[in-house]
Write a protein that binds this ligand. Structure first.
Ligand code: GCO
Length: 261
């Protein structure tokens, strides 16, 4: 039998889809046939995002809400269900990073990162899953990170949250499998986006470090995530649950290599 990667007739919500990896994954889902609902929190960014989707002939249904506010999430999902339909695929992509040495990190800033990167995916998943349970089907995809597995100077809160998100993925997969909901994750390696712009500039030691540390020898292109997100959103992955697919050009497979080798 031919594997089924079809998304026609499915409704997908991607949080933080006004730019970067969220936008690239949202486009991949739409190109595969899904009806696309996008979340963002800045009206001006949302406007330019809608235009960028339209450039590729994608109609993106825009909803601005704060993913960390349970009441706002409940109201927004209810509205989406009424206006667009019930969500079949949720991609918890919205996130943030702070690069501050742990000794200087303000606990309130640490809390904010955990709030956005870990608690928000829980809040949105919980609300969306209520309808998925009723429908006895659903796909939830959490966007993890290299920092779900590895530490790095200055990103203590981000790593703690993304490590937590990996375990939240496994836990929700465990609890909701009986409702035919699959909860998986994607762990992007180092991608050329706005988020990594400050550490990607030419001559920045981190830029050379990453290219050297990645067996593929390059930064990821946001389009590199399309295959993984379509797979995890489609019936082809119906027996895949609680997994994190690392799309990292091989970083996690290797100890690295001496410079120049
Ligand atoms: C950093 C990077 C990472 C990446 C990504 C890696 O400062 O190390 O920004 O956090 O964004 O999540 O997988």
């Amino acid at each position: 039998m031919k594997p089924n990667f079809e998304l026609n007739g499915k409704i997908a919500l991607v949080t933080g889809a006004t730019h970067g990896l969220g936008m690239a994954m949202a486009k991949a889902l739409a190109h595969q046939g899904a009806t696309l609902v996008i979340n963002g929190h800045t009206p001006s960014k949302m406007e330019s995002a809608i235009a960028a989707y339209a450039d590729e002939e994608i109609i993106a249904h825009p909803y601005i809400f704060d993913v960390s506010d349970a009441k706002a999430v409940d109201a927004a999902i209810t509205k989406i269900e009424q206006e667009v339909g019930e969500i079949d695929v949720l991609v918890n992509n919205a996130g943030m990073i702070q690069r501050v040495p742990a000794l200087e990190m303000d606990p309130d800033d640490f809390r904010k990162v955990v709030d956005i990167d870990l608690i928000s995916p829980f809040i949105v998943s919980q609300r969306v899953a209520k309808t998925m349970v009723k429908n006895n089907q659903g796909k939830i995809i959490n966007i993890c990170s290299m920092m779900s597995e590895l530490g790095r100077n200055t990103v203590s809160a981000y790593a703690a949250a993304k490590g937590g998100l990996k375990m939240l993925t496994r836990n929700l997969a465990t609890e909701w499998a009986k409702y035919n909901i699959q909860v998986n994750g994607i762990g992007p390696g180092y991608f050329a986006t706005e988020q990594t712009a400050p550490i990607r500039v030419d001559g920045h030691p981190f830029n050379d470090f990453i290219v050297n540390r990645t067996p593929a020898g390059r930064w990821g292109d946001p389009d590199d995530l399309g295959g993984a997100v379509v797979f995890l959103a489609s019936p082809a992955s119906d027996f895949v649950n609680g997994q994190i697919i690392y799309v990292d050009g091989g970083i996690l497979a290797t100890i690295g290599k001496p410079q120049g080798e």
